[in-house]
Design a protein around this ligand. Sequence first.
Ligand SMILES: [Fe+2]
Ligand SMILES: [Fe+2]
Ligand SMILES: [Fe+2]
Length: 440
Amino acid sequence: MSEELKVPLFDMVMCLSDAMDLLSPYLAGHHKRVAYIAASIASEYGMTKEEEKSIIISGALHDAGAFSLSERIDSFNWKISQDIWNEVEVFDSYPSYEYIGSVSHSELGYQLIKQFSPFNKLASLVRYHHIPWDGGEGATFKGEEVPIGSHILHLADAVDILINRDKEVINQSEKICKKILAESGKLFVPEVVDAFINLAKRESFWFNIVSPTIIRNLKKRIDGSNIELNRETLLSLAKFFSQIIDFRSRFTATHSSGVAVSAEALASLMGMSDFDCHKIKIAGYLHDLGKLAVPPEILNKDAKLTKEEFNIIKKHPFYTYQILDRVQGLEEIKIWASLHHERIDGKGYPFKSDIDDIPLGSRIMAVADVFTAITEDRPYRKGMNKDRALKIVDDMAKDSALDREVALVLKDNYKCINEVRNETQMNKAKEYDFFWRKMR
Ligand SMILES: [Fe+2]
Ligand SMILES: [Fe+2]
Ligand SMILES: [Fe+2]
């Protein structure tokens, strides 16, 4: 068996984009559609293939920063799309650069995305995706040049928001073109509007936007240069993903990194190969990816959850599975990551997996998750000390919730595992604070 990972970057980006769209049915597919619309405009505008690719990736991630803000971008967009059909002046309320409190989601997205070094350059497309053209004023922002790709994203975003999902897309094209034309030179760059109007003459453009084959279409455009991630780059991408998941709340800001290093330490102590230890660390960073589908009000609730709310929480490992399922080369990582709430007695969630179907990697992940969750500080309590934490893990093992052997390895090596966990989470907390200080 080959000891190297080969994971297509494009698939990973699309899976994150899907994950972000899970938060609301209204958002469903928004990131992909913006990527497609923007790439089509870019090509019509005469941009190079290379530029088009950057636009696809930034389109697929453009609202990544919105997940860490308390305001919800989806409700905002929803209002706009309602307004167009009620003949309200829609763009009056369209997002301006600083529209969410003192920190904009585009700035936040930029700061997050640029941390993954291959995305360093395209991050600025995201940073400026709400800058209005304003008769040419929007060619720069605070002394920095605003890339034309950002203006293209801006227009593409508006087009998608204007599409009413309940109506046939082609029957809306005229009305949407009229709205966009009216903003030429104001919100949007006139030449970009021209390219869009040209493009909009093709029925296929509109049909493609709502077609289930949109991903295939995007993949073709990326074709040939779909970078393959190796174990190192995949790990750094997984870390970047985990920040989008965890930075939604101060109290979970370091969770995935704690789970990742605890799982890695346990795996190593249990004799797993270096390669598998590396993979389990990646799985740790990704295990709660599906939490993007859980509203922050439920995730951060500091009182006991109702039965209905807990049912929503149960979605998250299911979505972790679904999201990772379509990435080639991630099969084992997907299982290790998404079975972290299964129990040895078959009473876990969401699959009620039998003991035989829960591999060691998943059992380790389950222990690492519980251990991290009880030893880290939460909004409603301080992290537990050694005795209390071990008692809980021990009780859960006796109750057949957790694997006994893994629990024993944790007990025997508590000091060193807890040290790496603690140190990693403390460093992550510093990064998080630094990040927000910079943002404010
Ligand atoms: Fe946005
Ligand atoms: Fe979880
Ligand atoms: Fe977790």
